[in-house]
Design a protein around this ligand. Structure first.
Ligand SMILES: NC(=O)c1ccc[n+]([C@@H]2O[C@H](COP(=O)([O-])OP(=O)(O)OC[C@H]3O[C@@H](n4cnc5c(N)ncnc54)[C@H](O)[C@@H]3O)[C@@H](O)[C@H]2O)c1
Length: 310
């Protein structure tokens, strides 16, 4: 298939592109390289890969590219609450506006796959156990703009959405702000961390599983069209303290303690059911242990800090 990935040079897209090319699909990434990333260089020699440098919010850029593709995996976003806070206008126009544009421009025959976030579960109802019927009522701009994007895609009848757990694992466009990646990085680089809201429950999913799930959705699109699916690993419904203990199994000298040094603006504290996606035929399989092992290899490869003196 011909696949267009707006935002495909990011953390998830840089891994997903490799999976798609390995399966023989034609992949075009549209990205404005917001982080000056070089994460797709390794794919340049593949004749099935193409890259367009541009802004996916720009109709004149997006429209001709959409016309040439069967599937649109819309990854472009300003991701996470701190990043959105820095530029709220840009974040809203990208997270919601560009999703709406994709939904408007797509034909009925095209397939849109959209990754939303599961932050927003339980904020109103206080439910600890959440599934796709639990109201998604996010608080931060990141959560609200992504949820509006999801609605635009689903309302169009041309797409399906995943509500992703917090992703972990290695990517050529690495992110160390994500919880498993962050705790493992602190354990490796500092040997210690101070956490807050340690009993808050979160759900996680490996980045290879995210790529596989998106391809599963491409291949089974007609039965998934118009639907939303949680995408997480059941065994990785765990508290921050559980996660620290897990990291400590791999980095024995890791010390962690809890203090009231922060609070989550999206009040993420939930146990997420991934049953609906399992019933559809997909189940995540990368464990947290797999992820921590993978991450520790990556952190060794970070090598010397550009500004450090050791
Ligand atoms: N990583 C997670 O834990 C997670 C969880 C839930 C949902 N998601 C969603 O998955 C998607 C990808 O997330 P990620 O972790 O890869 O983030 P990322 O920040 O690494 O990727 C975003 C990409 O969008 C690109 N971009 C920014 N502005 C653009 C513009 N105007 N035009 C074109 N490209 C632009 C960036 O250069 C980057 O390559 C996002 O939609 C995010 O909301 C991620």
């Amino acid at each position: 298939m011909r696949v267009l990935i707006p935002g495909g040079a990011g953390y998830i897209g840089s891994v997903l592109t490799g999976h798609l090319l390995n399966l023989g699909h034609q992949v075009t990434v549209l990205d404005n390289l917001y982080f000056q990333q070089k994460s797709l260089f390794g794919y340049a020699s593949n004749p099935n890969f193409d890259f367009v440098y541009g802004d996916t919010r720009d109709r004149a850029t997006l429209e001709p590219l959409m016309a040439k593709n069967d599937v649109i995996i819309h990854l472009a976003a300003v991701v996470g609450m701190p990043a959105c806070k820095k530029d709220p206008e840009y974040s809203q126009s990208l997270n919601y506006g560009s999703a709406k544009l994709v939904a408007d421009l797509a034909s009925k025959d095209q397939r849109i796959i959209y990754p939303c976030t599961n932050s927003g579960y339980g904020t109103q109802s206080g439910d600890l156990h959440c599934d796709e019927n639990t109201p998604l009522a996010p608080i931060s701009l990141y959560g609200t703009s992504k949820a509006e994007g999801e609605k635009a895609i689903l309302d169009s009848g041309k797409g399906m959405a995943f509500r992703l757990a917090t992703v972990f694992g290695a990517s050529p466009r690495m992110r160390i702000d994500l919880l498993v990646n962050d705790f493992t990085h602190k354990a490796y680089s500092q040997g210690a961390i101070v956490i807050y809201e340690g009993h808050f429950m979160r759900n996680f999913v490996g980045i290879q599983d995210v790529a596989r799930a998106m391809i599963f959705a491409m291949d089974n699109f007609e039965s998934m069209r118009g639907e939303v699916y949680n995408l997480g690993l059941d065994s990785a419904n765990m508290s921050k303290i559980d996660l620290c203990n897990k990291v400590k199994e791999h980095v024995p000298h890791f010390y962690f303690t809890e203090a009231t040094v922060g609070s989550d603006p999206d009040k993420r504290n939930y146990i997420v059911s991934n049953e609906k996606l399992r019933q559809a035929g997909f189940e995540a399989s990368q464990t947290i242990d797999d992820g921590i092992r993978e991450l520790l290899k990556v952190y060794k490869m970070f090598g010397r800090n550009e500004y450090g003196n050791v």
